[in-house]
Write a protein that binds this ligand. Structure first.
Ligand code: LRH
Ligand code: MN
Length: 424
């Protein structure tokens, strides 16, 4: 963790300016009939989960360029994610990936407690071969033609549920890369039915209070067809499995220009929205920092979430899923978490009564302007005030750079080479 006095010193230098900005924004919002304290309270209560696998430098199939202080193991990753939460106050949970993060549950719990973190969904991994598993997932996993490989993949997912149960997780997140690269290589229907058979076995192993998240993705690593390729397939699978199965939306898993906020509205309407892997993208599954390419899209997703707040069973899991190839991974996670909270805060400011009236009156421009008014509002004083009141940093990035954490772990942890490519 970071020395609290360092955060105190950095905050002390910024508090007067923040107070002035917060008061000015409060006055402006009050003119719109909005109580800034009420918005701040909701922002303060909002938290997202960070992915353990994004604590280290990410890569592409071409290369990975690790920096100083790369995490050596899951415990370093939890320490690093602890710092992100300490400075942003907005990332109280960490999502693990197995087998990358396999460790004794009691050790994981102790390290998480040390960092004031809890565990969110557990991610299974049947898109890589495991050193301790005899069969290969080269031609798929849950949908593989060979029952023995499917059984191996099912057993791995059940192992993830067991570990997750012992560390307090309440969800299993399943993304499989299963698909094909050649027309004719796979029978689409037989392949999906094999996937469904496997998924039913996993579903049957879920504790009563758990959920299973089905994550769709258009392509990669398969480049012709993907078994769980789009939200429609994911929805059909979740409906086939049962009430504990829902659909996870990774923002980068769609073709460019797909209307993701409408997919979100559909999944909410039918009670099947599991939650999100937030990131941003311009072309493919770029896993860029949330809000860096299209912050308005992120805002529009949150606009749908606010519309649905209070709906029965509506409990979307908000997580980041990114690959930080050219930035300090912790700085990127802090900036991304802040952009997600910013989109939430801006969506809270939308005058929903006016919006509905404009929609019902087909006043397209005023409906758009009503949304934009929320998006155009600089909510930074609310975010910073919420952080300050939580003992976090008014300016997380500046405080991170001032505290010397990167240099410290750079000294403590051995340098690693960037052998080969790969996302982690
Ligand atoms: C697949 C994915 C999935 C994770 C992986 C690290 O692209 O989004 O959520 O398992 O990234
Ligand atoms: Mn994802």
């Amino acid at each position: 963790m970071i020395e609290p006095s360092v955060i105190g010193e950095e905050n002390a230098r910024r508090e007067a300016a923040l107070r002035a900005d917060y008061e000015a924004l409060g006055t402006r919002l009050a003119r719109d009939g909005i109580d800034i304290e009420a918005v701040k309270a909701k922002v303060a209560a909002f938290g997202i989960a960070v992915p353990s696998w994004a604590a280290g430098t990410g890569g592409t199939r071409f290369a990975r360029f690790p920096g100083p202080g790369e995490p050596r193991d899951v415990f370093d990753k939890i320490d690093d994610c602890g710092v992100v939460h300490q400075l942003t106050g907005a990332t109280p949970a960490i999502s693990l990936h197995i087998p990358w993060d396999r460790a004794a549950p009691e050790d994981l719990l102790a390290k998480a407690k040390e960092n004031d973190l809890v565990f969110d969904a557990v991610n299974s991994n049947t898109f890589q071969d495991h050193a301790d598993l005899p069969l290969s997932f080269r031609y798929g996993s849950l949908s593989h033609t060979d029952k023995a490989v499917r059984d191996q993949a099912v057993a791995h997912n059940i192992e993830c549920i067991e570990l997750g149960r012992r560390i307090g997780s309440k969800a299993l997140s399943i993304w499989v890369g299963d698909g094909s690269n050649f027309p004719g290589q796979a029978n689409f229907t037989r392949q999906l039915d094999r996937y469904l058979d496997s998924a039913r076995e996993i579903y049957a192993a879920l504790p009563d209070d758990w959920r299973v998240f089905i994550e769709h993705k258009m392509y990669e690593p398969a480049f012709y067809s993907t078994v769980v390729q789009d939200w429609g397939t994911s929805y059909l699978i979740a409906r086939e499995l049962g009430d504990k199965a829902q659909c996870l939306v990774d923002l980068g898993h769609h073709a460019p220009n797909v209307n993701i906020e409408m997919i979100v509205a559909r999944l909410i309407r039918f009670g099947k929205l599991a939650g999100f892997h937030f990131n941003d993208s311009k072309y493919g599954d770029d896993d860029l920092d949330a809000g860096v390419i299209d912050p308005y899209r992120l805002f529009l997703v949150f606009n749908e979430l606010i519309e649905a707040e209070g709906a029965p069973g509506f409990d979307p899991a908000c997580m980041l899923d990114e690959s930080h190839n050219v930035t300090d991974p912790l700085e990127s996670m802090m900036a991304s978490a802040t952009e997600v909270v910013r989109a939430y805060a801006q969506a809270l400011l939308v005058d929903r009564t006016a919006l509905l009236a404009h929609q019902e009156a087909n006043d397209a421009l005023m409906a758009s302007e009503t949304l934009k008014r929320g998006f155009r509002t600089d909510v930074e004083p609310i975010l910073a005030q919420a952080r300050l009141e939580k003992g976090a940093a008014i300016d997380p990035l500046a405080t991170f750079r001032a505290c010397g954490y990167r240099a410290r772990i750079g000294r403590e942890r051995p340098a690693v080479s960037g052998a080969g490519g790969g996302i982690v």
